[in-house]
Ligand binder design. Structure first.
Ligand SMILES: Nc1ncnc2c1ncn2[C@@H]1O[C@H](COP(=O)(O)OP(=O)(O)OP(=O)(O)O)[C@@H](O)[C@H]1O
Ligand SMILES: [Mg+2]
Length: 101
C-alpha cells in the first residue's frame, strides 16, 4: 500500500528539498518505488532531480491540479518524469503560483 510522506515547513531554507531528495533516493535503494511530488513553484526539487529548467516543462503538478479541478482528462503519463537513480518526479514550476482560468 502506498504511503505519503509530506516534508513541509513554513520557514525557508531549512532543507525541505534536500531532505526529500535524500529520503527518496534512500528509499529507492531499499527497494521501494518512490514518486516525489514537487509542490513548490520554485521547482527546486524538480531541478535537483535533473530537470534544470522547470519553467520550460509543459506538464507539472499545476496541470494535474487544473485537470482534476475542472473534470478534464489527465495527460498521458500524468507528466511524471524519471530520475536516473530510480526515483520518479512529478515536477513543479512557477505555474503553481498563479491562477489558471
Ligand atoms: N545537512 C546540511 N548541511 C549543510 N547544508 C545543508 C544541509 N541540508 C541542506 N543544506 C543546504 O541548505 C540550503 C537550503 O536547503 P534546501 O533548498 O533543501 O531548503 P528548503 O527548505 O527546501 O528551501 P526553500 O524554502 O527555499 O524551498 C541549500 O543550500 C542546501 O544545500
Ligand atoms: Mg525547497
Amino acid at each position: 500500500m502506498a504511503k505519503v510522506i509530506a516534508i513541509v515547513n513554513q520557514k525557508g531554507g531549512v532543507a525541505k528539498s534536500t531532505s526529500c531528495v535524500n529520503l527518496g533516493i534512500g528509499l529507492v535503494k531499499k527497494g521501494y518505488k518512490v514518486l516525489a511530488i514537487d509542490f513548490d513553484p520554485q521547482g527546486s526539487l524538480t531541478e535537483s532531480l535533473g530537470y534544470q529548467n522547470p519553467d520550460e516543462l509543459e506538464i507539472t503538478v499545476a496541470t494535474i491540479l487544473h485537470c482534476e479541478m475542472n473534470g478534464l482528462e489527465l495527460p498521458k503519463g500524468y507528466g511524471i518524469l524519471h530520475h536516473e537513480e530510480g526515483m520518479d518526479i512529478l515536477p513543479a514550476n512557477i505555474e503553481l503560483s498563479g491562477g489558471r482560468s
